[in-house]
Design a protein around this ligand. Sequence first.
Ligand code: NAD
Ligand code: ZN
Length: 265
Amino acid sequence: MERDASRVADDAIATARDLLREASQVVVLTGAGISAESGVPTFRGADGLWKTHRAEDLATPEAFARDPRLVWEWYGWRREVVAACAPNAAHHALAAAARERPGLRIITQNVDGLHAMAAGHDGAPPLELHGSLFRTQCTRCAASWDDRQPVDATSGATLPRCTECGALARPGVVWFGESLDPRVLDDAVRLASAADACLVVGTSAVVYPAAGLADLTRRAGGCVIEVNVTPTPLTSIAAVAIRGAAVSVIPSLFAMDSTPAPPTR
Ligand code: NAD
Ligand code: ZN
């Protein structure tokens, strides 16, 4: 039984590798699952609770309006957790593929900055659809800035303030119910629509518009490849769905990319 299951996975990996090798434009859409093995908690499932709060109840403009101190305390905790994490083999394999292949771009829903860390200063930066835990922005003016400082959420008076105008600052992330930065979304839509293949990794594919990007690739005639430990709403449109952890699957999808394809028979 086990042997059969691993043979099925091997076949799926071989098919996915061929599709990726044949594609000249590739988008890789990632979600929290790719960072799970780096120790970053995902939102859904057992990791999704902080104290007694559900992530979906804190990552909203309403929660911030009601209790900015509580929301900042949570983001301060998340900043600390993620600052202690490092990119894993999946982030590194994708960063290497992006360096080698100018037609490959990474689009992430993650706010942990691990793709950017794995990429270093080489090549095109990952598109961060939902912003970053390490950015802070003003609630009044247009200022936003890189910020790796610990958050002092002892009281409302100690919360981060705008460096330009002094107003209350907020985490530089996109909350549930908010719109994405239109420039970032336009870039993502353009890339997904032009891609020959969309590789979707570790996302539950329920948060829009991110989840719709794979469908743009498919409607334009490209293929969708999914890597996840469980099925998702995208599984039914995937040409190949690989069941497995990102850290073990992703490196094997790109491992031999620099060697020439075998001659066709
Ligand atoms: P999600 O938590 O909803 O889903 C995670 C998905 O990853 C699930 O489908 C799960 O089956 C899969 N998964 C778990 N472990 C895996 C592994 N080792 N290998 C492959 N797949 C694995 O996350 P989401 O779809 O990214 O959406 C949640 C939203 O929450 C996003 O908007 C994102 O901004 C935010 N978020 C970000 C982070 C982060 O930055 N790391 C963490 C939690 C939530
Ligand atoms: Zn300001």
